[in-house]
Design a protein around this ligand. Structure first.
Ligand code: PXL
Length: 291
């Protein structure tokens, strides 16, 4: 049997309130991808909707873990980066990408910086500049509208995603002249649908992927989207196919969360939907097909 694809996930561990590693680890595992966390920080909760959270900075551990992994000559099929606790962590993550990136290893940078037009509470302008520099090393970036505006240095109000032409224009503007692929989320160009616009550098094509619009906005949906996207890409899916699957899954989980009526800050409910990400019966090895 083939080895599973292996992804290093540079992200925080927020112990309550679904986001980052509490989403990414189970999601990648459900997709049949080995996820190796490189934790940036340990928090009692995420920083959106909770106050008084603890914050243990793991910058030094990041360096030590990366050094040990280097001595073990570990290889990854993908490196996925998300929430960062400090500017120094972004520089370390750049070093990590340079050290572990080999031909065939895909770097997905989710430039986590903010939402709804505002940077997150812990993100300074300096950190946003460092994230822009980290994102320049990516094969694929996955900004939301707020993050796209920060990456491009344009006012949030100017970066509108209401028409297909607008979506294409901004996705292509984020591609660094075609050097990186872009999945710009938060696109809503037709009633009742939401999704992403994808610029695929390999195909030189820009495509919209849409899923049924789910009312409400829950923590962790960006991390869930980027996790499913990364899993799909390291398993060999084309960009728009992986993004379409991610949009569909996030939409389904958001609808399910609304039905459950859980508080927004507790995050998107996804655990009982993970089975949907598993291999379909026709892709399972014959000895498992009956199970
Ligand atoms: O989902 C993004 C995210 C990740 N990690 C932490 C956060 C947030 C958003 O608020 O606070 C710690």
């Amino acid at each position: 049997m083939k080895n599973l694809p292996r992804v290093a996930a540079v992200h925080d561990l927020s112990c309550f309130g679904r986001c980052s590693l509490t989403i990414v680890l189970p999601t990648l595992a459900a997709m049949g991808v080995q996820c190796c966390p490189l934790p940036t920080a340990c928090l009692s909760t995420h920083t959106g909707g909770f106050t008084g959270n603890t914050f243990l900075d793991l910058t030094e551990q990041m360096e030590a873990i990366a050094a040990h992994w280097k001595s073990l000559e570990l290889r990854f099929d993908g490196i996925y980066t998300g929430f960062m606790g400090s500017r120094r962590q972004m520089a370390l993550t750049e070093d990590f990408l340079r050290a572990f990136r080999r031909p065939g290893c895909l770097a997905v940078v989710d430039p986590v910086m903010g939402d709804h037009g505002r940077p997150y509470r812990t993100y300074t302008p300096e950190m946003c500049r460092a994230m822009t520099s980290l994102a320049e090393l990516a094969d694929v970036v996955t900004p939301n509208r707020t993050e796209a505006a920060l990456l491009l240095g344009v006012p949030y109000e100017e970066l509108r995603l209401d028409t297909e032409a607008d979506c294409r224009r901004w996705a292509e503007a984020l591609s660094l002249e075609g050097r990186r692929s872009v999945v710009l989320t938060g696109v809503s160009v037709e009633p009742g649908a939401a999704g992403a616009v994808c610029f695929d550098r390999a195909a030189g094509r820009t495509e919209l992927v849409l899923a049924p619009l789910a009312e409400g906005s829950y923590h962790g949906t960006g991390d869930l989207f980027a996790g499913v996207l990364t899993g799909g890409l390291v398993k060999g899916a084309a960009l728009a196919e992986a993004a379409g699957r991610a949009a569909e899954f996030v939409s389904r989980c958001a609808r399910r969360t609304r039905e459950a009526g859980t508080p927004v800050r507790e995050g998107v409910v996804f655990e009982d939907q993970l089975w949907r990400l598993g291999a379909p019966a026709w892709e399972r090895p014959p000895e498992d097909a009956e199970e």
